[in-house]
Write a protein that binds this ligand. Structure first.
Ligand code: UD1
Length: 417
């Protein structure tokens, strides 16, 4: 079992380039299945979730190769329409392949994603939308059996919540459907815009991505294309939090600052100075951070739930009381118990977490229970006095490429054993 050892407190210095967005790469890889020729995706991060997606595409019959951060997907010979249970369990977001498999094969068999570290992960919105588009779905003993009795047809779909995954599955399935699909109350995340850009390059006709209503005119054929994945805004927010808690000055490069608009004001409220350039953000943090009055997670363009844990870690050493309200997922405070072991002062009541800033954190053995919770432990461990030992690295490796090497390059005392 590997562990991350952090000896603190640390001071970070220099520049860090942000890798491509995990949450864009996965739907783009799924969407490539619908194309009739090869796709090339640049800037794909080297993460275990991307490896799982490569395995899924191979299982479906695609020829897939990877060279550095370039992924080549040739879907011409794809023939299978199922995802083995093992791969579904490895990555709950495998459900993002559903719309693509149905769109390509007119059928799909996969196991229900069930619950995960963040609590229940229902897919009712995905399923009701696909049913409206002419897909017959049998749910039996945790298994989804989908078929298309006639054809996949365009439909008017109003989402009761702007689910990112449901919006993506609908966009993918609708791009080759017969007729026009209109998604009302669609998710507006930058990853949705990236998916629309990719599909449009492949010959799809999608308008309105990034806004509340997306209109997709189905086309008969999609061809392959070359596309560069957008930078990972959550990784960028995590490194901003690491700089902030350690009182450092750091340049975060290869980012789209507009995608970080929902988080930048919080770093400013904490007393950091941010210099926003075209593709870079320079952050200079004070010796001690101010508290954050209220951080409420919301769908984009609100504050992202994925940044809640790392930003909470940052406030553990701020002066005063910070309040967090988690509105997206039920079980997203698993990092709190571990932050308490480092000496943080946090109380959780339902969806609300109250963080009383303390003067110091002390290193301790802690365990990551989920991806962003693991990132929170790294952020806190960097500032804690003494040795922090983090286990549960399989979660961290789903979303952060070479985190220990990247932090070490910034001067941190971090190593993986
Ligand atoms: C995506 C991101 C994840 C991020 C989340 C919210 C990927 C691979 N993952 O996950 O990192 O935290 O967006 O920004 O892109 N819901 C339903 N029914 C459904 C679908 C969702 O009730 O059919 C609920 C969920 O339980 C959750 C909320 O809607 O409470 C948001 O989920 P959703 O936006 O779908 O998140 P994901 O696409 O799973």
């Amino acid at each position: 079992m590997s562990k991350l050892f952090i000896h603190g407190p640390n001071h970070l210095e220099g520049e860090i380039a942000i890798h491509g967005a995990k949450n864009s790469t996965l739907p783009l890889m799924a969407a490539a299945l619908l194309c009739e020729s090869r796709c090339v995706l640049h800037n794909c991060p080297n993460l275990s979730d991307v490896d799982t997606s490569l395995k899924i595409l191979r299982h479906l019959g695609c020829r897939v190769t990877r060279s550095g951060s370039d992924v080549f997907i040739d879907p011409t010979d794809a023939g299978n329409s199922d995802i083995p249970d093992l791969l579904m369990r490895e990555m709950r977001s495998s459900i993002i392949f559903l719309g693509a498999i149905i769109g390509r094969m007119n059928r799909a068999t996969l196991s229900f994603p069930g619950g995960c570290e963040l609590g229940p992960r229902p897919i009712d919105l995905h399923l009701s939308a696909l049913r409206k588009m002419g897909v017959a779905i049998d749910e039996d003993h945790g298994c989804l059996d989908c078929s298309v009795p006639e054809e996949i047809r365009g439909a008017g779909i109003n989402l009761s919540f702007p689910s990112v995954g449901a919006t993506e599955n609908i966009m993918i399935a609708a791009s080759r459907a017969n007729g026009v699909t209109m998604i009302g109350n669609a998710a507006r995340e930058p990853e949705i815009v990236d998916l629309a850009d990719f599909l449009n390059k492949c010959g799809a006709s999608i308008r309105g991505a990034g806004e509340g209503t997306i209109v997709i005119e189905g086309v008969k054929h999609l061809h392959g294309c070359e596309h560069r994945v957008i930078p990972d805004r959550i990784t960028a927010a995590t490194y901003l939090a690491a700089a902030a808690i350690t009182g450092s000055t750091l340049t975060i490069a290869d980012v789209i600052p507009g995608h970080l608009a929902p988080v930048i004001p919080l770093f400013e409220e904490a007393g950091c100075k941010l210099d926003v350039m075209e593709r870079k953000i320079m952050i200079s943090a004070p010796k001690r951070l101010n508290r954050l009055k209220s951080v409420r997670t919301m769908p984009y363009p609100g504050f992202p739930t994925d940044a809640q844990a790392p930003v909470m870690a940052m406030t553990t050493l701020a002066s005063g009381t910070s309040i967090f309200v988690e509105n997206i997922f039920e079980s997203r405070y698993k990092h709190v118990g571990e932050l308490l072991r480092l000496g943080a002062g946090i109380k959780v009541e339902g969806r609300v977490a109250v963080v009383e800033g303390v003067e110091r954190l002390s290193g301790a053995p802690v365990e990551a229970a989920d991806l962003r919770g693991g990132a929170a432990l790294v952020v806190a461990g960097l500032a804690a006095q003494g040795d922090t030992e983090i286990t549960g690295l399989k979660h961290l490796d789903r979303g952060y490429e070479n985190i220990e090497q990247r932090l070490a390059a910034l001067g941190a005392d971090v190593r993986r054993v």
